[in-house]
Design a protein around this ligand. Structure first.
Ligand code: CA
Length: 463
């Protein structure tokens, strides 16, 4: 009897020590689109509450300004170039349907790390790391998948001879085509609540990469939200995503899981340029898809009562690449054997006062597809002088020129200060060269790159 009691006590303690993790990843959503990050346009009370009960991260970066590479970096803890997911097989910025390329099954994903620690895992929403069976979430550590394999705008009418109807999937099966885009957020939310309830008695990892606001001019939302916001289809979508967050938090509360669950809320890249504008990346400059602060510096909130400070703002330089090693540390899992780029930032999460991070010494690199365009270390972001492929797509008036900004204190990049700080320019230039050796650049392979996955012949996903 005593042994049994001790065993029960130990298993309860062991469980309590293993937090559930929910990672909410919205799509093409700007820093300035949340009330708690300054939006006057959108009503986001649920995400605002998350921020009030947790910490806002204000120097939190994705590793690319566009979907596929950004997601590859989150899943692997690696720069997109390291895992060769920085371009598609046909030289595009993201994977298209019926792609021969995908995230290599030999890469160890965040989900596989969580599984190794005994977690139940599910991916709900938009995957975008390969649409062939070999590359689906169910082959990368997720017990379950509900959602679409790529962006919601990749519909059959765009390439009728090659692309299938937008597939909604459960596991590896197409259950609906075309997927009903109006109800994706609603249905993904219901699935999330169901998953949480089903796994309330064991540690779980829920990856919720929402499909919206997504990649179209007219983001989709259900009838409960359509036409209700002050900012058109985009605002409706933002407010539905906020509702979704509220539903998830309510489920955690109802099931008494609030205390032992780490919730992370962020976006895969900034709001894209549209005319007229929809989402906003204020106070950062630039739009989604490039290497501007607007494209890669994301609104990020983390909530974990008793562990992560409440109502705090944390300006340490962090990245989605840090999530894999940090989660591994929190759940006492082993790190992948292969080299990763992210850092265990547990101590940073738990102390909002510091502003230093491991990236300050080694540099954080902004790549656009194959091109290294900028580097940040500490307070400073250096835009590299560019001659290659994308030079004309760099930011502001003088695109190919070297430029230095103090992006901690001058977040809107109004004062170019390279002439005043030649030593900082030299230091960041040297860091950039180290990155080129390891990760490569235009027409230059890096010594630390690994191959992506590839199939001989890609087939459309059909019901
Ligand atoms: Ca995106």
């Amino acid at each position: 009897m005593k042994t049994l009691l001790l065993f029960l006590l130990l298993s309860i303690t062991a469980h309590a020590a293993k937090p559930n993790i929910i990672f909410i990843f919205v799509d093409n959503f700007g820093n300035g689109d949340l009330g708690c990050f300054g939006s006057k346009l959108h009503r986001t009370p649920n995400v605002d509450r998350l921020a009030a009960e947790g910490t806002k991260f204000t120097s939190f970066y994705v590793a690319s300004g566009v979907c596929t590479p950004s997601r590859a970096a989150l899943m692997t803890g690696c720069y997109p170039r390291r895992v060769n997911m920085h371009v598609s097989a046909i030289g595009g910025a993201v994977l298209q349907p019926v792609a021969e390329k995908g995230l290599n099954p030999s890469e160890v994903t965040m989900a596989e790390v969580m599984k190794s620690a005994g977690y139940a895992t599910m991916c709900i929403g938009k995957w975008h790391l390969g649409d062939q069976p070999e590359f689906l979430p169910t082959r990368q550590g997720f017990d379950e998948f509900f959602g679409i394999p790529y962006s919601d705008d990749m519909t059959k009418d765009k390439k009728p001879d090659v692309w299938p109807e937008l597939p909604l999937m459960r596991g590896e099966k197409v259950i609906e085509a075309p997927a009903d885009r109006d109800h994706l957020v609603k249905r993904c939310t219901e699935e999330a609540v169901k998953f949480i309830a089903a796994h309330q008695a064991e540690p779980f990892f829920l990856y919720l990469p929402h499909t919206m606001p997504g990649s179209t001019k007219h983001p989709f939302s259900s009838e409960d939200f359509r036409g209700k916001s002050a900012n058109g289809d985009y605002g409706d979508s933002v407010e539905e995503l906020d509702w979704s967050t509220g539903e998830i938090m309510a489920a955690l509360k109802r099931l008494k899981l609030e205390e032992n669950t780490l919730v992370v809320w962020t976006s895969d890249n900034g709001a894209a340029r549209r005319m007229p504008p929809q989402g906003g990346n204020a106070p950062y400059s630039g739009w989604g898809y490039d290497t501007s602060e607007g494209a890669m510096r994301m609104p990020c909130i983390m909530r974990w009562p008793g562990k992560i400070p409440t109502g705090a703002v944390n300006d340490a330089l962090c990245s989605t690449m840090d999530m894999l090693p940090t989660f591994a540390s929190l759940v006492q899992a082993k790190l992948p054997a292969q080299k990763i780029d992210g850092h265990d930032i547990t101590s940073i999460l738990m102390d909002a006062k510091g502003t230093t991070s491991p990236w300050d010494d080694e540099g954080f690199f902004y790549y656009r597809m194959e091109q290294l365009q900028a580097v940040r270390a500490g307070d400073w972001k250096l835009y590299l002088p560019l001659e290659g492929k994308f030079a004309n797509l760099q930011r502001k008036a003088e695109p190919a020129k070297l430029a230095l900004y103090d992006v901690r204190h001058d977040v809107s990049e109004e004062r170019e200060v390279s002439a005043q700080h030649p030593e900082i320019v030299a230091k960041l230039t040297a860091l950039a060269e180290k990155a080129r050796v390891d990760l490569g650049d235009v027409n230059r392979e890096g010594s630390g790159q690994r191959a992506a996955g590839k199939v001989e012949k890609a087939l459309p996903l059909l019901p």
